[in-house]
Design a protein around this ligand. Structure first.
Ligand SMILES: [Zn+2]
Length: 276
């Protein structure tokens, strides 16, 4: 398994996200207009990359689990060996770290016996850095369209119980349906099933099945990645589009159309023989 000491590949996915429903991502603060303002940077609306990454990861976990694969956060406790959830694995890991083993030995150990599940391998855990980064998504200003948020008032809904937790009226700042944001996802050192697992998330985002933000009465935060997504890469396994070429000429490769579906099919065909 690759470690982070080396850069074996980088894949960059860029595109546009369109909100299919109004979205509210609270900044944690109110302002003069509402009790909960939409998150902003220098007065500009944006979707924090971490919010989308969390939603993206949960979407992928649900699918992997539905396909019979092991994903630690959704698997039954007796089979949950992944270091993210298993205390026994965490304790054994500490001992191996104390013995002074190199990073590559640690990574090798983690990959054995499902000590790191495949979704944690892509999206990270407390002991393993994520291979996937989603950059904060700035709002795309469209001509003739007011990008400002609007204020909606509703009853505060508890996210876990989905009941009204507070009968007092609460005002949220929401960004309206149809608003667009710039999407950029960067993945490094992908290998094996990582490609398929990441592609499942991208496909679901394209199909509009990822929800971001507070799922309150103001909107579900359903969004869609436009189909004209651009993919660029360098990969030591696919010359001539290697790191050297990228550095020398600043050129990245572009995979053929249907790359995402091809990676999903490859992942699914592996599942029929080995579960994991
Ligand atoms: Zn895990």
């Amino acid at each position: 398994m690759n470690t982070f000491d080396k850069l074996n590949n980088r894949y960059i996915f860029t595109g546009t996200i369109t909100l299919s429903e109004a979205m509210h991502i609270g900044s944690g603060e109110g302002d003069e207009w509402s009790d909960s303002a939409f998150v902003k940077s220098k007065e500009k609306f944006y979707i924090p990359g971490s919010s989308l990454r969390g939603a993206f990861r949960s979407t992928v976990e649900r699918i992997v689990a539905s396909l019979g694969g092991y994903t630690c956060l959704l698997s039954k406790s007796e089979e949950a060996n992944c270091i993210t959830v298993c205390q026994k694995t965490q304790e054994r890991y500490k001992t191996i770290v104390k013995e002074g083993n190199s990073d590559s030995v640690l990574v090798q150990w983690l990959t054995e016996e499902k000590r790191l599940c495949k979704t944690c391998r892509v999206f990270g855990s407390t002991h393993f850095a994520s291979k996937v980064k989603i950059i904060d998504l700035p709002l795309i200003k469209e001509q003739g369209r007011k990008p400002e948020g609007i204020i909606r008032t509703g009853i505060c809904i508890d996210r876990d119980t989905e009941t009204a937790s507070n009968t007092a009226l609460f005002s949220h700042e929401v960004v309206e349906e149809g608003t667009q944001f710039q999407f950029e996802l960067i993945a490094e050192n992908l290998e094996g099933d990582d490609f398929g697992i990441l592609s499942l998330g991208l496909q679901e985002l394209i199909n509009g099945n990822v929800y971001i933000g507070a799922r309150s009465s103001v909107g579900l935060g359903k969004c869609r990645l436009n189909r004209d997504i651009s993919i660029q890469y360098f990969d030591e396994n696919f010359p001539p589009h290697t790191l050297k070429e990228y550095l020398a000429d600043n050129i990245m490769g572009t995979p053929q159309l249907g790359w995402i579906n091809e990676k999903i099919k490859l992942y699914l065909s592996g599942l029929s023989t080995v579960k994991g």
